[in-house]
Design a protein around this ligand. Structure first.
Ligand code: AVJ
Ligand code: FE
Length: 432
């Protein structure tokens, strides 16, 4: 056994452990009533996410990679996300909190044993560990979803974290990204999911993109200017939705005589005007951009601004280079319970001078979710391919609730344009 495979086994075990520690924190912060309750029809009960994480881990690592006997074949159907909608999951005969904890722990014990024996020494090395990486990312994605459920929970605060760093200097204006080709997507990133592959050349005309995400202060100016009452700024579907859903401000905002407040994980305070706005839907983002005389960036524009290095012509793994994210680069991993002020991460800037592309808030793009040229579903069609089409918009860059293992310059998230319970914000772009 080589040192290289030992290091890979250690890395996988560490990442599985980090994900489980986070799942444990999110599910032990509340009582059993809060675990089985539906906090919003948009979300699963937390106890479903918990056992679903264990069930996916059982399917892919215990049964598929390990070739072992099922732990609980009888519950596969309950935890198949395509069989029951989120709003219906409290009606199912789910494992109770104690059973769900025991099940996920039993699966994890088996997985660590599978990991010890897995033939990771094949070439290329990292690809042999893909299934483990996929499951690490899956658990972290559900942890972010559970964090969004916490945000929808009503009651006394149960989560805490130190405040994010403050701005190190005002970041305003936009950068000009020159016309030309760049490499979008990846064929080499070990844990990249199917929809990020393969790497391909994309030619873009010149465009301008904002150096920072749109802030609460900027967004409040749009509200104060009557942006929610003027159909000129909204797409027709957006205006219909704005009317039907009575949108007047981002989700979790309320107003009082002193101004706008937001409630975060049970605590209410005045909005910080310098933080990126979160909890806006695609329609709100697009309306703001139109009001500002701009538009949302396409997904390709976002990625070129984030990864393209004009000095070398190469696309980087992250805006700052190829190094794994640290606390200095980006606001990730639920280290803080909200986005950081614009200008708080000078070490995370891209070669073109664009800030906070990774972390803080997911950024809506104008693009529908499609496969890249040469896309091949892997390891299952239901991860991405079944969502391709005009119904979903792509979001990029991750949020304060996204773990570093589950985001990179190529990472693609997607959701319906009406959704805003996710940690979604945006930045603007315009034609050059
Ligand atoms: C990539 C965040 C859209 O949560 O629906 C979780 C990730 N896929 N389990 C989602 C996912 C299967 C997915 N998103
Ligand atoms: Fe899932």
């Amino acid at each position: 056994m080589t040192h290289e495979t030992d290091r890979l086994r250690d890395l996988v075990a560490t990442e599985l452990g980090r994900a489980r520690d986070r799942t444990t924190r999110l599910t032990e912060a509340v009582d059993d009533g809060d675990l089985v309750r539906q906090h919003s029809p948009l979300m699963s009960p937390l106890v479903w996410d918990l056992a679903h994480v264990g069930n996916q881990e059982e399917l892919w690592l215990v049964r598929d990679v390990g070739g072992r006997e099922p732990v609980r074949r009888d519950i596969d159907e309950l935890y198949d996300a395509f069989k029951h909608s989120r709003r219906d999951r409290t009606q199912l005969p789910l494992l109770d909190p104690r059973e769900a904890r025991k099940y996920t722990a039993t699966v994890r014990d088996k997985v660590l044993d599978v990991l010890d024996r897995a033939p990771l020494e094949g070439t290329p090395l990292v690809e042999r560990a893909f299934a483990f990486g996929m499951i690490v990312q899956h658990e972290q994605q559900h942890d972010e979803t559970m964090l969004a459920t916490h945000q929808l929970r009503v009651g006394a605060p149960v989560l805490s974290a130190p405040p994010p760093p403050v701005s190190a200097g005002k970041i305003t204006g936009e950068v000009l990204v020159p016309a030309g080709e760049f490499t979008m997507g990846t064929s080499t990133e070990a844990w990249a999911l199917d929809n990020e592959r393969p790497a391909h050349r994309v030619v873009l005309p010149a465009f301008h993109i904002d150096r920072a995400p749109v802030t609460n202060g900027e967004y409040a100016a749009f509200i104060d200017a009557g942006g929610y009452d003027d159909p000129r700024w909204w797409t027709s579907a957006g205006w219909d939705h704005r009317q039907a859903a009575s949108l007047v401000a981002p989700m979790h905002w309320t107003s009082d005589p002193s101004g706008w407040l937001y409630t975060r994980f049970g605590r209410t305070s005045p909005i910080n005007p310098d933080e990126p706005v979160v909890h806006v839907c695609w329609y709100e983002a697009a309306a703001y951009a139109a009001w500002a005389g701009k538009r949302l960036p396409t997904e390709a524009e976002w990625e070129k601004a984030a990864r393209w290095d004009p000095a070398t012509g190469r696309s980087l793994r992250y805006p700052w280079g190829d190094d794994t994210p640290t606390a200095a680069h980006a606001n990730l991993g639920q280290s803080h319970l909200g986005p950081a002020e614009v200008g708080a991460y000078p070490a995370g800037v891209s070669p073109l001078g664009v800030h906070q592309l990774i972390g803080d808030a997911w950024e809506w793009t104008s693009s529908d979710f499609h496969g890249y040229p040469g896309f091949a579903p892997f390891p299952y069609r239901e991860y991405s391919e079944v969502f391709f089409g005009p119904d979903y918009k792509v979001l990029r860059g991750g949020s304060f609730g996204t773990d570093r293992s589950a985001v990179r310059g190529t990472f693609r998230n997607w959701d319906y344009p009406i959704r805003r319970q996710i940690f979604s914000g945006f930045r603007c772009a315009r034609d050059a």
